[in-house]
Design a protein around this ligand. Structure first.
Ligand code: AMP
Ligand code: ZN
Length: 477
C-alpha cells in the first residue's frame, strides 16, 4: 500500500509501527451547525481507507474528535440564548445521524475537547516547563514557535516567509506575544464564554492543543497516520506537530494524509463563504449512498466539484451496480446446483482479475476512482455470464462468486449492492416500515382513504411503495 505523505510530499510504502495494527487520528468537525458535504468528504474518504485497511487484515484504532469549544459554538449559543453545551450536544447528535446515513462507521473513540481539559492543562504545563511556552500578563499562554526548529516541516513553509504573512494578520492581544508567529495554547475567559480554572487564568484552550492531547491519550505519543482536510495542514497540523513533538521529544505521526476540497464552481465549499449544502439537505434529495459514491468518483487528494449533473451521473452509475446486484440476488434464488462447463469455470476464474484491479487501485494511495472502474468491469462480466443470451440459467457457483465479490468490493467502499440492503440501512427505515404496517392495517379495515394518504405522504417524501406477493416493498425515488 502506498500513501502520499504530506510530510515528505512523496508516495511512500505504508509500514505500520506495530505489524498488523494501525493507529489513526482524523480531525473532526467543529459542532455548531449541521455539517456540510465538504465536511463529509474527509469522513467518507478516511472511513473508506479504514475499511480497506481492515480488508487487508489490519486492526485499525481510529480516533476522531468533536471540537465542542470554539468561538463559532459560543456565537451560536449566544444567538439562541442557550448554553454552548446545548449547541454542541445537539450538533454532535445530528452529525452522528448524518454519518450513519452516509454509512460512515463511528470511530473507535470520538473524544470531545471539553472532556479533556485536564490533559490539555498538563500538556501546556509541560511545554511551559520545557521553555516551549510562556504566560503573558493577562494569563494567556503562548507557544514559542521559534523554539521548535522543525516548525514548518509539514506545510513546507519557511519561518521568515511566515513572519511576513503573520504581520498582516495582526489580531488583538498580538502585542503580548514575544513573536508574531507564537500561537495561543490557553486564553482568558470573556463574559458569556465557557471556562475552566487553570494555573494561569480562568479560561479555555486554544484550538490546536486538543488534538495533540487526544491523539496521545487514545493512541500513543507516536502514531501511524494523522489525517484531515488540506486546509488543516497550516496552521492546525503544523501546530499540533510543534506541541506534540516538543512535549514528547518523539515524532508525532509517521504519515500525514490530506483530502482535497469539495468545491462548488471551483471554490471551496465553506460555511463562511455561504456556498454550502448540508448533508441533511442533500440526503433529503438524494439517496445518501449516491453522495457517498459521488465522493469516491475522484481520488481523495484532488479537488472534487459538486454539481447536480455530477450527482445525477453518480446516481446512474450506482444504479448500474445495483441493477446488477439485484439481478444476481434474484438469480441466486433459482440458480441450479450443477457442475460448471469450461466457459463458466473460466468466468469464475476471471473474477480474481477484477479483485486484483480493485486492490491495485486502492493500494495506489486509495485511488477509489480506478477501484470503481474495476467494479464496473466485474459488473459487465456478471451481466454477460449470468444473464446469458440463451436464457439458460447460470449455475449457483457462478452466480454466487459474482454476487459475493461484488458485495465485498462495494462493501469496502461502504456501498450496498442491492436496493434491499439499501432500504434496510436507511436511517428512516423503521419509521417507513411502521407506516407501511399502518397502511396494511387500514386496508384490512377497508379505510382506503387512510391507506392512500399514507402512500401519497410517502411519495411526497420521495418514497415509492410497491405491493408484491411477498408484501409491500419500498424504495427511494
Ligand atoms: P471544520 O469543522 O471546519 O474544522 O472541518 C472539519 C473537517 O472538514 C476538516 O477535516 C476540514 O478540513 C474538512 N473540510 C471543511 N471544508 C471542506 C471542503 N470544502 N472540502 C473538503 N474538506 C473540507
Ligand atoms: Zn486536529
Amino acid at each position: 500500500m502506498k500513501i502520499f505523505n504530506t510530510l515528505t510530499r512523496k508516495k511512500e510504502e505504508f509500514v505500520p509501527i506495530t505489524p498488523g495494527k494501525i493507529s489513526m487520528y482524523v480531525c473532526g468537525p467543529t459542532v455548531y451547525n449541521y455539517i456540510h458535504i465538504g465536511n463529509a468528504r474527509p469522513m467518507i474518504v478516511f472511513d473508506t481507507f479504514r475499511r480497506y485497511m481492515e480488508y487487508r487484515g489490519y486492526t485499525v484504532n481510529y480516533v476522531s474528535n468533536f471540537t465542542d469549544v470554539d468561538d463559532k459554538i459560543i456565537k451560536k449559543a449566544n444567538e439562541e440564548g442557550v448554553d454552548s453545551l446545548e449547541i454542541s450536544t445537539r450538533y454532535i447528535a445530528e452529525t452522528r445521524k448524518d454519518m450513519e446515513a452516509l454509512n460512515v462507521r463511528p470511530a473507535t473513540v470520538h473524544p470531545q475537547a471539553t472532556k479533556e481539559i485536564g490533559g490539555m492543562i498538563d500538556m501546556i504545563q509541560t511545554l511551559i516547563d520545557k521553555g516551549h511556552a510562556y504566560v503573558a500578563a493577562d494569563g494567556t499562554v503562548y507557544f514559542r514557535t521559534r523554539s521548535f526548529d522543525q516548525y514548518g516541516k509539514l506545510s513546507h513553509k519557511n519561518l521568515d516567509d511566515l513572519r511576513t504573512g503573520e504581520r498582516e494578520l495582526k489580531v488583538s492581544g498580538e502585542d503580548q506575544k514575544e513573536d508574531p508567529l507564537d500561537f495561543v495554547l490557553w486564553k482568558p475567559k470573556k463574559e458569556g464564554e465557557p471556562s475552566w480554572p487553570s494555573p494561569w487564568c480562568e479560561g479555555r484552550p486554544g484550538w490546536h492543543i486538543e488534538c495533540s492531547v487526544m491523539s496521545k491519550k487514545y493512541l500513543a505519543e507516536t502514531i501511524d497516520i494523522h489525517a484531515g482536510g488540506e486546509d488543516l495542514i497550516f496552521p492546525h497540523h503544523e501546530n499540533e506537530i510543534a506541541q506534540s513533538e516538543c512535549t514528547s521529544g518523539k515524532e508525532f505521526a509517521h504519515y500525514w494524509m490530506h483530502n482535497g476540497f469539495l468545491n462548488i464552481d471551483n471554490r471551496k465549499m465553506s460555511k463562511s463563504l455561504g456556498n454550502f449544502f448540508t448533508v441533511r439537505e442533500i440526503t433529503e434529495k438524494y439517496d445518501p449512498q449516491v453522495l457517498r459514491f459521488f465522493m469516491q468518483t475522484a481520488q481523495y487528494r484532488g479537488p472534487l466539484n459538486f454539481s447536480a449533473e455530477l450527482m445525477e451521473q453518480a446516481k446512474q452509475s450506482l444504479d448500474r451496480i445495483r441493477t446488477c446486484g439485484n439481478m444476481l440476488k434474484e438469480a441466486l434464488e433459482t440458480a441450479p446446483e450443477r457442475d460448471l462447463n469450461a466457459e463458466e469455470q473460466s468466468a469464475v476464474d476471471g473474477i480474481s482479475e477484477f479483485v486484483k484491479m480493485f486492490e491495485d487501485a486502492m493500494d495506489d494511495d486509495l485511488n477509489t476512482a480506478d477501484a470503481i472502474t474495476a467494479i464496473f468491469e466485474l459488473v459487465r462480466s456478471a451481466n454477460v455470464n449470468v444473464k446469458t443470451a440463451s436464457g439458460e440459467k447460470a449455475p449457483r457457483k457462478v452466480v454466487e462468486s459474482f454476487f459475493n465479490t461484488l458485495e465485498m468490493l462495494a462493501g469496502i467502499l461502504g456501498l450496498f449492492v442491492t436496493t434491499e440492503d439499501d432500504a434496510a440501512a436507511d436511517p428512516e427505515a423503521e419509521e417507513i416500515e411502521g407506516l407501511i404496517a399502518q397502511r396494511k392495517e387500514a386496508k384490512k379495515n377497508k379505510d382506503f382513504a387512510l391507506a392512500d394518504k399514507i402512500r401519497d405522504d410517502l411519495l411526497a417524501r420521495g418514497i415509492v411503495l410497491e405491493d408484491t406477493r411477498e408484501g409491500t416493498k419500498w424504495k427511494r425515488n
